[in-house]
Write a protein that binds this ligand. Structure first.
Ligand code: GDP
Length: 295
């Protein structure tokens, strides 16, 4: 998976450098390994628990060769990423997906990629421009819609987001659309307003489209590392997040954040963004990701 090359090099580069510097496994090695994992944004808590498990296993297996550590690390990371995660079934028709996240994380781009992906599966898709706070957000969503021939339901800037969603849900029902993807504003600095806005939107969807399956995807920017984790924690307080989409994994040394998110938040990562173009969105598969990391 080409998009993950950089992620692999960035995480494993540090680990390889550590392992290459030792001829046998000792406490110094574990300490340097710890540092390398934290540098890759694996998170302190997660790193500590990974390294502790490695220590135990090394002892149990009487391992002495540093090159063995890599396989053990791969096992640990695979376990964390796949623990308790059910392979997401394909979304049922009809479904409504709310996409949340702060500006700049790649929310609009991700919605464009998702819409195109679902359309290529043969589904009918509608988009709702319910981030009404910025005119640019509405325009940008329209550009993505045009790219894949998908209609965008919108109103004027500053209109009520729940009203946009109301229109969109009715359009989706009239047109018998399989999927409705709603862009929303993510102004975290006003948490109370955001919570109220999302609650109102959720109520409209529940009332107007009771039979639709619902998802709430949070978009996070991997290049922001631990900040992404903090953002996720704040969004968890205002919305019932069902999945995470992690963008910009192609351009970061902080790919370990995938592991931190899974181990600290217990929210499954559903998709990863690995570039700026329409096809640069991959379904996230824990085992495959771990395999890609360790080559
Ligand atoms: P929004 O403000 O959250 O809607 O963010 P945008 O969708 O406008 O994206 C912000 C910037 O991030 C744009 O320049 C995108 O091209 C870029 N971007 C989004 N996703 C990815 C990704 O997966 N990889 C890379 N390299 N860039 C991305």
């Amino acid at each position: 998976k080409a998009g993950l090359d950089k992620t692999r090099k960035n995480i494993m580069g540090g680990v390889d450098a550590v392992l290459g510097g030792f001829t046998q496994i000792d406490e110094d090695l574990f300490e340097e390994l710890e540092e390398a994992l934290i540098m890759a944004d694996m998170g302190v808590q997660t790193t500590m628990s990974i390294v502790e498990n490695l220590r135990k296993r090394v002892k149990r297996e009487h391992a002495t060769d540093p090159s063995l550590i890599k396989g053990m690390l791969a096992d640990e990371i695979t376990t964390i990423l796949s623990d308790g995660v059910q392979e997401e079934e394909s979304l049922p028709n009809p479904s409504v997906i709310l996409v949340i996240g702060v500006n700049g994380v790649g929310k609009t781009t991700t919605i464009g990629k998702l819409a195109s992906r679902y359309k290529s599966e043969g589904r009918t898709v509608l988009l709702a421009a319910a981030d009404t706070f910025r005119a640019a957000a509405i325009d940008q969503l329209e550009v993505w819609g045009q790219r894949s021939g998908i209609e965008v339901i919108k109103q004027e800037e500053n209109s009520d987001p729940a009203a946009v969603v109301f229109d969109a849900v009715h359009a989706a029902k009239n047109q018998k659309s399989d999927l409705l993807i709603c862009d929303t504003a993510g102004r975290l600095h006003n948490k109370k307003n955001l919570m109220e806005e999302l609650r109102k939107i959720g109520k409209v969807i529940e009332r107007e489209h009771p039979n639709a399956h619902k998802e709430v995807y949070l978009v996070l920017d991997a290049t922001t590392g631990q900040n992404a984790l903090q953002q996720a924690k704040l969004f968890q307080e205002v919305a019932d997040i069902t999945g995470i989409i992690l963008t910009k994994l192609d351009g970061t040394a902080k790919g370990g954040i995938v592991v931190a998110i899974k181990s600290e938040l217990q929210i499954p990562v559903r998709y990863i963004g690995v570039g700026e173009s329409i096809n640069d969105l991959q379904k996230f598969d824990a085992r495959e990701f771990a395999k890609a990391l360790f080559g």
